[in-house]
Design a protein around this ligand. Structure first.
Ligand code: ADP
Ligand code: ASP
Ligand code: MG
Length: 412
């Protein structure tokens, strides 16, 4: 029988009532003749609570135990979903990641899926089970320890199962009815897109649009998974949501497809470093060795052989970055006067594959920000995106102004 993957996010399984509602949707697909793999998140707020407990117990925690704790929210919803389906007379059982098994790397708290052997679940489908409910976000390392896939990782579990079982489609049910031109919580002018290209979705996700985890989009693109985002709240079960697809499948689109933002950014500056060959290599090697994910970089104009080096990184890596540059200074590898961290910044980005063939997007973006008197601290560009770092207090204003200026409320 054809296989369908249906993923329900945290708000879609937040209460027993919502689990029943989600189970009904699963029942509709089972009645159509599909064998269904349901991937569930933890109830909304649960994972945050678990992360909080870990941090409170052990600030410099052992990542293996972090994963043991934070993966547990999904175990509860997987079991409850299987029970709910059984109550509806649908043959179903739950699977934790290690039982499938979802084999991952041992990079605890951000593991990657390496393999999902389908044999165990397929054997149960062959015996008449109609729904396999799998706990999202978790897997098992080669050492036999529980791993997790990074926040939002259930999306990636879903796409990986769709690839492994050659599913007809991977449906991501969430609390919005699709992918919008920007987060609909920031502006009510945000417009739902019927289709979005993989590459645009990949950029939007990695630049902060949390509707899909970045890795899930990468996997869908690589394995040609038909990926759909839709609401679990709308009564009409066949409302189409947004299809994430190849750009060839999209007939018309705007130059800018969407605006993304991320509050989770910090700007760090090393004041007065020697301006000579090799110095950037030393600074960024020290940061990379410490596991700091550097995003944007600017080197300021040198004066009398000294310069300032600025970069951005996730807010929760600031302490680690400070420790790394001080360690390199103590070891005589680099020399600087001081390191300054500014955590009151945000990154705002415009994304669109149309930028490959249209000029002037950057100029327009900078004009819009300037007319709102928003100062740009750092800029980076790639073929299909432009990102700026600005004061966090202007983030919403910048997103709204850019959404208006690029007329994203209108279809292209
Ligand atoms: P789930 O718990 O179902 O995984 P998430 O909270 O992870 O849901 O993702 C859905 C949220 O993503 C939405 O509620 C919305 O606020 C946010 N979001 C951010 N950017 C976008 C966008 N461009 N389109 C749709 N939703 C977005
Ligand atoms: N429950 C996990 C999280 O909140 C995984 C997910 O929901 O996708 O990050
Ligand atoms: Mg999510």
């Amino acid at each position: 029988m054809p296989v369908l993957v249906m993923k329900f996010g945290g708000t879609s399984v937040a209460t027993l009532d919502r689990i029943r509602r989600a189970a009904k949707r699963v029942g509709v697909e089972v009645a159509k003749g599909y064998d269904v793999i349901v991937i569930v998140s933890a109830m909304s707020g649960k994972t945050n609570e678990l992360v909080g407990w870990v941090n409170e117990t052990s600030p410099m925690y052992d990542a293996r135990e972090y994963d043991a704790v934070v993966s547990s929210g999904e175990n509860v919803t997987a079991g409850l979903m299987a029970l709910t389906l059984q109550e509806m007379d649908i043959p179903a059982r739950s699977w934790q990641g290690w039982q499938v098994p979802v084999k991952t790397t041992s990079a605890h708290s951000s593991a990657r899926i390496e393999d999902i052997p389908p044999a165990n679940i397929n054997a149960k489908f062959a015996e008449g089970m109609r729904v396999a409910v799998v706990a999202g976000f978790q897997g098992v390392s080669p050492e036999g320890r529980i791993t997790t896939l990074g926040r939002g990782g259930s999306d990636t579990t879903a796409v990986a199962f769709a690839a492994a079982f050659d599913a007809e489609r991977c449906d991501i049910y969430t609390d919005v009815d699709g992918v919008y031109t920007t987060d609909p919580r920031i502006t009510d002018k945000a417009r739902k897109l019927d289709k979005i290209a993989f590459e645009e979705m990949l950029e939007l996700a990695s630049l902060g649009a949390k509707v899909l985890q970045t890795r899930s989009v990468e996997l869908a693109m690589r394995y040609k998974v038909k990926l759909r985002v839709l609401s679990s709240f709308e009564e009409q079960s066949d409302s189409a949501g947004t299809l994430v697809c190849d750009e060839e499948e999209i007939m018309e689109s705007n130059v800018v497809a969407g605006v993304a933002f991320s509050r989770d950014e910090a700007k760090m500056t090393l004041v007065s470093v020697a301006d000579r060959p090799g110095i950037a290599a030393k600074i960024f090697t020290a940061l990379s060795d410490a596991g700091v994910n550097v995003d944007m970089i600017v080197q300021n104009i040198a004066e009398e052989g000294r310069t300032d080096m600025t970069w951005s990184c996730p807010t929760d890596q600031v302490k680690r970055a400070e420790a790394a540059v001080h360690k390199a200074k103590d070891a005589g590898v680099i020399n600087f006067q001081e390191v300054i961290a500014d955590t009151d910044v945000a990154k705002v980005s415009v994304v669109g594959i149309g930028m490959r063939s249209h000029t002037g997007v950057a100029a327009k973006m900078f004009q819009v920000l300037s007319s709102e008197s928003i100062n740009i601290k750092v800029i980076t560009t790639s073929e299909i995106k432009i990102s700026v770092l600005i004061d966090r207090k202007y983030m919403e204003l910048a997103v709204q102004a850019l959404h208006d200026a690029f007329e994203l409320e209108k279809a292209g």
